[in-house]
Design a binder for this molecule. Structure first.
Ligand SMILES: Cc1cc2nc3c(=O)[nH]c(=O)nc-3n(C[C@H](O)[C@H](O)[C@H](O)COP(=O)(O)OP(=O)(O)OC[C@H]3O[C@@H](n4cnc5c(N)ncnc54)[C@H](O)[C@@H]3O)c2cc1C
Length: 378
């Protein structure tokens, strides 16, 4: 055990008291050994990677934190199918991994550039941004199962990855020791084309910023640079000089509601029909006539709303804060709640409750928090 640090020093929201104790293993074997020791003690425990999706109460955590500090990216044997298989240690910073794959000419996670945190936490909420999700590239994880104390390989399908969720987020207890990714090897193609190309651009805003059409492929490094630029403009790349980045990223997920309910919202509300069979294909509700079920779409058709639009249109503006509070809505993006300096976890929770109440009163939608909340009730 090592001297525990307060969560205000371990999380990007910079709030929260200390845990009772902490271990910080830096090798795969130490992670497994120390976890088994911790699990043998009759105390609560929790995992922490980069602390970018965790918000802990001012009282801290009455238990032991396992802080994952393992590093390493290993290229696995070539199966001859055009995919590069990587085994990545859980503590490897996600964005270092993305930078490495882009440099190497391996496509599949370039649009996930700039997401903070560790690779082992990436499956927990199936990180996603700008038209890519971890589930597009994740093949498997090595999982230290709390129930058995054994490491087992779990195929990605077993993790039930969905929109900002997984079996891990829903209560499966254990540790992702390493993740295995399958990325497209563009190096042979790059030899002919002169540069390594991304996967087809799958997000309208990114396509506009790149000056291409959705579905086009562009140099990997250009995608990375453009995504980093778009994210920085929204305060979504950690930057000690940008107070808007003292956050947990998006504090709320985009709600998914029935088509019937979505049609009761104002015409200006962004709404996208989700195709359950092909969850990546989304159709603007206004472009969908709604006459009979769409091919391949089960009834009722789920519709995704924009939490940012709902918040802004419930009267909560960018930069909003409650009187005297040091917690504020980001000045760049209504989805992020930020610590403007010296905020308490109670301040963050109070602001979150206020936002939830406004959206519920205005639109009848219950927003769901995206970060993992420890000892906090909204
Ligand atoms: C500025 C900013 C921008 C962000 N942008 C995005 C975005 O675009 N898209 C997106 O999806 N997310 C985004 N996030 C959220 C966050 O970065 C991701 O969820 C990230 O994967 C969290 O990693 P972490 O290591 O920091 O997790 P932590 O906060 O340390 O942990 C999160 C959860 O995962 C668990 N966990 C951690 N490590 C492991 C492990 N090895 N095995 C099992 N469980 C584990 C923890 O116990 C906890 O429940 C953003 C956050 C910030 C601050």
């Amino acid at each position: 055990m090592i001297e525990p640090l307060a969560f205000s020093e371990l999380t990007t929201m910079r709030v929260g008291g200390p845990p009772s104790a902490m271990v910080a293993p830096a090798t795969e074997q130490a992670l497994i050994n120390e976890a088994l020791v911790v699990w043998g003690i009759d105390e609560e425990w929790m995992l922490l990677g980069g602390g970018s999706n965790t918000v802990v109460s001012d009282e801290g955590f009455d238990g032991i934190v396992i802080r994952v500090l393992t590093r390493g990216i290993e290229v696995l044997a070539d199966a001859g199918d055009g995919l590069v298989r990587l085994r990545v240690q859980a503590g490897e910073p996600w964005d270092d991994l993305v930078a490495h794959t882009v440099e190497q000419g391996w496509a599949g996670i370039e649009a996930l550039s700039g997401i903070p945190g560790s690779s082992g936490a990436a499956p927990v909420q199936n990180i996603g941004a700008y038209g890519q999700e971890l589930s597009d590239s994740l093949l498997a994880v090595d999982f230290l199962d709390y129930e058995t104390g054994e490491v087992r390989r779990m195929d990605a399908a077993e993790l039930e990855l969905g929109y900002r969720t997984s079996a891990l987020k829903q209560g499966l207890r254990g540790i992702v020791v390493a993740i295995e990714l399958g990325l497209r090897d563009t190096r042979a193609e790059a030899y002919v084309l002169g540069s390594a190309l991304s996967q087809p651009v799958a997000y309208a805003q990114l396509a506009v910023a790149l000056g291409v059409q959705p579905g086009d492929r562009v140099p990997l490094a250009t995608v990375r640079d453009t995504v980093l630029g778009l994210r920085a403009a929204k305060g979504m790349v950690l930057d000690p000089n940008d107070p808007d980045t003292a956050s947990a990223g998006s504090f709320f997920t985009n709600p998914i509601v029935t088509e019937q309910f979505a049609r009761t919202l104002p015409a200006t509300a962004p709404r996208w029909v989700l195709e359950p069979e092909l969850p990546d294909r989304i159709i603007p509700l206004d472009e969908y006539a709604g006459v009979g079920p769409m091919p391949g779409v089960r009834d009722p058709r789920p519709v995704k709303l924009s939490a940012a639009w709902l918040i802004e249109n419930s009267g909560v503006r960018k930069g909003f804060h409650l009187p005297g509070s040091r917690a504020a809505v980001s000045s760049k993006h209504t989805l992020a709640l930020t610590n403007t300096g010296g905020a308490s976890a109670a301040d963050i929770a109070e602001l979150a409750r206020y936002v939830l109440g406004r959206v519920q009163a205005e639109f009848g939608v219950n927003l769901q928090p995206e970060p993992v909340l420890v000892g906090l009730e909204l």
